[in-house]
Design a protein around this ligand. Structure first.
Ligand code: NAI
Length: 328
């Protein structure tokens, strides 16, 4: 099987090459370019493409892939909201993903965002390096004894719930499909979660139903001084409403690993570019907002699991085995 690997970074190539040794029947061509209209044409002569969360797999791109006889999309990520599923079905494409490569990696990053946004360690680091040992602006709040609200209690949500529990927090959760796997987690309606949580951490997928679930109305329901963390998908939050909420002093801290508009520049060095929109700049202007660049997944363990599962998915497809990780 010949796979064209879009948007390859050095770290992707390293982890895939390491595992590729075990798959002599598979070859991969790594290219730096992500997939868009022009680069989709490069897929001619390959059997499958491999793409990531930031790939544009809308209908016209899928059409080009289909014309090039690509019938397999190997997503090296969990989410697939960037794929036009209807078009993929129409073209008879199989989509395989990596559903849970390391829930702990993402949950640990969510807590890193909470701690950074709350205790301002990013600012303290810079200040101390400049011999500024004053504490002004660094005050945080205890997490111990507070209530953590987990929205979406799947693999990552549960890992986050355990971490919050370890910090001595009361943990409540909301899920469209509660699973009662954790005996310490109390399920409540979403409105109650919004009204009673000191920390709200988002871990549900982006769907039509969850799109903009954090908006002016839900923000209004939250406690004053709440901390909000999003490591799931940017579209869960209506950014303009979040900005209004921040201006109205609703939030003690906001931590975002994902945000609307990220597709245009995530994983790219834009330090010398003039950004086309100002939403990001406005978010970054607030002292209580901490932003990272969709890096929740980015640990050695997770990258290794992504590579091995993606290659295993390809092998199962090649051998016509039951596909465990198919997106239906
Ligand atoms: P999962 O499928 O194990 O859990 C998702 C949970 O959300 C499920 O329990 C599901 O019932 C629930 N859910 C579905 N619809 C809902 C709704 N309308 N309201 C409330 N809950 C709902 O997924 P997992 O592995 O925990 O991942 C969660 C999300 O994290 C992914 O969808 C992805 O967007 C994001 N993610 C972010 C990464 C990062 O690097 N920042 C890396 C990996 C995933």
């Amino acid at each position: 099987m010949k796979i064209l690997f879009y948007g390859a970074k050095k770290y992707d190539e390293q982890s895939f090459r390491w595992h590729l040794k075990e798959y002599p029947e598979i070859s991969i061509k790594f290219i730096e370019a992500n997939i868009y209209e022009e680069t989709a044409a490069l897929s001619r002569g390959y059997d499958a493409i491999c793409a990531f969360v930031n790939a544009d797999l809308s209908a016209n791109i899928l059409k080009t892939l289909h014309e090039n006889n690509i019938s397999l999309l190997l997503m090296r990520c969990a989410g697939y909201n960037n794929i036009d599923l209807r078009a993929a079905r129409e073209y008879g494409m199989t989509i395989l993903r990596v559903p849970g490569y390391s829930p702990e990696a993402v949950a640990e990053h969510a807590m890193a965002l909470v701690l950074t946004a709350n205790r301002h360690t990013h600012k303290a680091y810079i200040k101390c390096r400049e011999n500024n040992f004053a504490l002004n602006g660094l005050m945080g709040v205890n997490l111990y004894g507070k209530t953590a609200g987990i929205v979406g209690t799947g693999k990552i949500g549960q890992a986050m719930a355990k971490i919050c529990r370890g910090f001595g927090m009361r943990v409540i959760g909301y899920d469209a499909y509660p699973n009662f796997a954790l005996d310490f987690l109390e399920y409540v309606p979403l409105q109650e979660l919004l009204q009673t949580s000191d920390l709200i951490s988002l871990h549900c997928p982006l769907t039509d139903e969850t799109h903009h679930m954090i908006n002016a109305t839900s923000i209004h329901q939250m406690k004053d001084g709440v901390m909000l963390v999003n490591t799931s998908r940017g579209g869960l939050i209506k950014t303009e409403d979040l900005i209004d909420g921040i201006r109205e002093r609703k939030f003690f801290a906001v931590g975002l690993d994902v945000y609307e508009e990220e597709t245009d520049f995530v994983y790219e060095d834009m330090s010398e570019e003039i950004m086309p929109r100002s939403t990001m700049a406005r978010l970054l202007s607030f002292p209580n907002v901490t932003i990272t660049s969709h890096q929740g997944f980015f640990t050695q363990e997770a990258l290794s699991a992504i590579a091995s599962t993606t290659l295993e998915n390809a092998r199962a497809y090649l051998n016509k085995e039951t596909l465990q990780n198919e997106v239906k």
